[in-house]
Design a protein around this ligand. Sequence first.
Ligand code: SF4
Length: 350
Amino acid sequence: MMREAVLYSQIKDGVRCDLCARRCVIREGETGFCRVRTLRDGKLYSTVYGLVDGMAPDPIEKKPLFHFAPGSHTFSISTSSCNFRCQFCLNYHSSQRETPVGQQLTPEEIVALAKRYGCHGLSYTYTEPTIFMELAHDTAEIAHNNGMYNTFVTNGYMTEQAVDYIAPVLDAATVDFKGSGNPDFYRRYMEVPRVDPIFRSLKRMKGRGIFIEITNLIIPQVGDLVDDTRRLARWIVDELGPRTPVHITAFSPMYKMTHLPRTPAVTLEKHIRACKDEGLVFVYSGNIAGHDYENTYCPECGFRAVERWSVFLKKNRLAEDGTCPKCGADLNIAGVKYMGSGGSRLPFFF
Ligand code: SF4
């Protein structure tokens, strides 16, 4: 289904797309870099509106969101394509597809499916939600009207206008960095010309009251400089706050980068320590199941408030308002009304 796109401006001989920071100039009959926005008869269209190519009920911890609605279930959806070309993409079969595929679903049908699976909210994820913004926005509005939350898992490479467009219906976002946001790494391995728009959109999200968690994928040999992680951590402390949850995640060989090894736990721990040295309070490991850095400890009294294994919440000991049950410390937990106690398992399907 085609739908007229949001956020574009007429220019001489075509339009400029203002959705992501590439700001593609698109002429009649052409598509943008993401392959899913095309100009027909002078109007820009999204070609993936309602064309859902991935969906699954997930634990919210899988996004990963550890401090937003812990223990809740989220209905994840995606469409084909992306505005990045990461050579190590886990979902490359979908994100790097030349022609989008999927099942036609209306926003109403998506929310109905989410409810049928007992989910508390929806996540726009797997590929980059910015490129299916219209579908995400319309679905998110209906989800909100049904008392459900909305979260983005995003590379953050959107314009500030895009943040403003989705902000009224977006509760939380996981913003994914790779190689600690090193600009050379982004150019060489992801075809991303600049990283500054990511930092701008993060500040805008914060200003609009969207709850933020950060992930940082550490890739051995090519994207594993501790100094880069320190720089990123410092920026997060200064601009987003020291209690922003940060996930340092391990790389698995994938797509065009199968020649590289998995990230060893010892490397991850080095980056986690660097983040803590810079003042970050909640720093987690990712993709190393069973690591103690998957749990949440109260920074004031040391109590283990949340126990996890991989992307599953094992035990939620938080007080009803999300504070530490032992000393009452604020643990920066949002979405508390959706919290679950943990211990449940969800079916996975695609
Ligand atoms: S969303 Fe980004 S990549 Fe896609 S057409 Fe717009 S500016 Fe280009």
